[in-house]
Design a protein around this ligand. Structure first.
Ligand code: DGT
Ligand code: CA
Ligand code: CA
Ligand code: ZN
Length: 581
């Protein structure tokens, strides 16, 4: 699958084109960025699109014109893009790597290249150790520290993959193994099954009475770069995706025990095994055994947990955070299900930084099984995202009214915005515009480096304004890229409770914000949560399951999630801003 590589190439072309900005390059930059977004959010491999319909099919994708289609074709045929190579010669900068650092945009990367010959993270690390950044105009000591910290984070998370990349990859492999006809059944295990936000390696279990053939097939699949170990019951391969994958063939009578064991987490397993020992059993990946060594029952996880005096525990909760005791007492919360969302309260269209029209987004939400969608474009302060001003919002709302009429009750559109919370806590739109909204999301997108006290005050001021329905991505972290800003989430939750503002669980794979532990922290307060896709393209609704997975990891029940309400209830729930939850 070439999507990731190609989308990175396009982003880099855009980055390099910004260096010598000309009137025409501005347009080009935008076109390349859009194309990068389209390709990275595409569900199927770009090579398949091309194979099935040639350049025409490519041009049917949003934001792909003739020229871009030709570049994609060039890349798929030759593995290269000439334009990229030419630009790269002039600017030998590793933008993909560098711009992942906090506080580093393409422009700053270029400045560092021009002034200090920094081409990549390695060069940057040297420049930091020599304290060369702090004396540079436009950078300073703060930037130097920020870069150092960000590099450290990048190193620490090296080799882990975002859940949003791991899940489609593992599902693709499971499908191939099933379709091979060499396995009776195939199961996902490990951290992917637990919906952890990042995944170290992929774990798959299979039932097969042709295990050698299955292993042969597995090690030769598309997407396998090399085989690390190959045996009759366990093989490990390295995927071109940049992660390894374990496949284990399990004896059917042990499958429940194997699923329990290889799903983890390790800490959860250790506690479960202790309980087994206390009851006079032995538990391992092969089964649950009585004292004499006789296998008791190991065909399903349910029977194993039951035998140990526990309720079956959803994989997302198996992190040794108190779930075992609750399961023993029969008091596990009934956490929200993957089909429980009825709508989405945060999305963008091409009027700002999305890549699809209002109509396209609405129909994509419908095909995803949703009954309503809040369209929440960026506001004017978010310049990179082409934020809209008050007049533009009012015009856009008329457009939404028109589409609303055409939809004739088959689907509900909610008017909204993702309003920037300005540095001083004011909101980025006029009250009269915000009063028109069914769903105002408010988020911090700038000035991340404040003290905890200042940031907390800033966000609470926005919540207290009375105009906000949802607090967007409340900590601002981007996994493996940007740390959360300092903020007292409990104080924020207190304010959210007071104002009946929902706190968001943003489903974008790199955000998942709030995360599991923060959800647990603030769910003590009487607040609602909103699990949003923050969609920027028609495919992004599929991210919702990662938000739901995160909510499940935070033990959330359906009644706490405002967009689990149906379309007839949601408007009412959103309008009761000042009422009790
Ligand atoms: P990852 O791959 O780092 O994202 O995390 P996991 O949880 O997928 O870990 P992995 O792939 O090393 O192992 C899969 C599961 O196997 C793990 O969640 C629990 C189980 N496991 C692995 N090593 C041990 C161990 O030493 N003791 C116990 N009790 N379980 C283990
Ligand atoms: Ca794993
Ligand atoms: Ca593993
Ligand atoms: Zn945002």
């Amino acid at each position: 699958m070439e999507n990731k590589k190609l989308s990175e190439l396009f982003s880099e072309i855009a980055d390099m084109l910004t260096i010598d900005e000309t009137p025409s390059s501005k347009f080009e930059v935008r076109a390349y960025r859009k194309a990068a977004l389209t390709i990275s959010s595409l569900q199927e491999p770009i090579e398949n699109v091309y194979k099935s319909g040639g350049k025409e099919a490519l041009m049917a994708l949003p934001g792909i014109g003739k020229g871009l289609a030709a570049s994609i074709e060039e890349y798929l045929k030759t593995g290269k893009i000439r334009k990229y190579a030419l630009l790269k010669k002039r600017y030998p900068i590793d933008f993909t790597q560098l711009t992942q650092l906090q506080g580093m945009g393409a422009k700053r990367a270029v400045l560092l290249y021009k002034k200090l010959c920094v081409r990549n993270v390695e060069d940057l690390t040297k420049a930091i150790s020599a304290h060369k950044i702090r004396d540079l105009e436009g950078f300073g000591e703060k930037s130097e520290e920020l870069f150092a910290k960000s590099i450290e984070m990048q190193q620490a998370s090296k080799g882990r993959l975002l859940l949003g990349a791991a899940m489609p990859a593992i599902e693709d492999i499971v499908k191939k193994l099933k379709d091979s006809g060499l396995a009776e059944d195939v199961f996902i295990a490990g951290s992917t099954r637990r919906m952890r936000e990042t995944v170290g390696d992929l774990d798959i279990l299979a039932l097969s009475n042709k295990s050698e053939d299955l292993m042969g097939f597995f090690t030769k699949m598309n997407g396998v770069e090399r085989t690390i170990v190959k045996g009759p019951t366990k093989s490990t391969v390295w995927l071109s995706l940049g992660v390894s994958c374990d496949l284990r063939v399990i004896d059917p009578k042990s499958i429940g025990a194997a699923q329990q064991y290889f799903t983890g987490s390790k800490d959860h397993n250790i506690s479960v095994r202790e309980i087994a020992v206390r009851k006079g059993y032995k538990l391992n990946e092969y089964g649950l055994f009585a004292r004499g060594g006789k296998m008791i029952e190991s065909k399903s996880e349910e029977v194993i947990y039951k035998k140990l005096g526990m309720q079956w525990i959803p994989p997302e909760m198996r992190e040794a955070r108190g779930e075992i005791r609750l399961a023993q007492e029969g008091k596990l919360p009934k956490i929200i299900g993957y089909d429980d969302l009825k709508g989405d309260l945060h999305s963008h269209t091409k009027e700002t930084d999305g890549n699809a029209t209002l109509d396209e987004m609405a129909s994509a939400a419908m095909s995803h099984g949703l009954e309503y969608l809040a369209v929440t474009n960026h506001t004017k302060s978010a310049r990179i995202a082409h934020g809209m001003n008050d007049a533009q919002f009012m015009a856009f709302f008329r457009k939404m009214d028109e589409l609303g009429k055409r939809l004739d009750g088959s689907f509900t559109l909610l008017k909204g915005a993702e309003i920037d919370i300005l540095k001083d806590g004011r909101l980025d739109l006029e009250p009269k515009t915000m009063k028109e909204m069914d769903c105002a999301v408010a988020s911090v997108h700038s000035n991340f480096n404040m003290s905890e006290e200042e940031m907390t005050k800033r966000v609470i001021k926005a919540i207290d304004s009375g105009y906000v329905h949802v607090l967007g991505h409340p900590t601002g972290r981007e996994i493996m890229e940007r740390e959360a800003y300092k903020i007292d989430l409990e104080k924020v939750a207190e304010a959210a409770e007071r104002n009946n503002v929902a706190m968001e669980i943003n489903s974008q794979p790199k955000r998942l914000d709030l995360n599991d532990t923060n959800i647990m922290l603030v769910s003590k307060y009487k607040i609602n949560f909103a699990i949003d896709s923050d969609s920027h393209s028609t495919n992004d609704f599929s991210f919702l399951r990662y938000g739901i997975g995160t909510a499940r990891r935070g033990w959330l029940t359906k009644d706490r999630v405002i967009n689990a309400l149906g379309p007839e209830m949601i408007k009412k729930a959103l309008s009761r801003r000042m009422a009790q939850v």
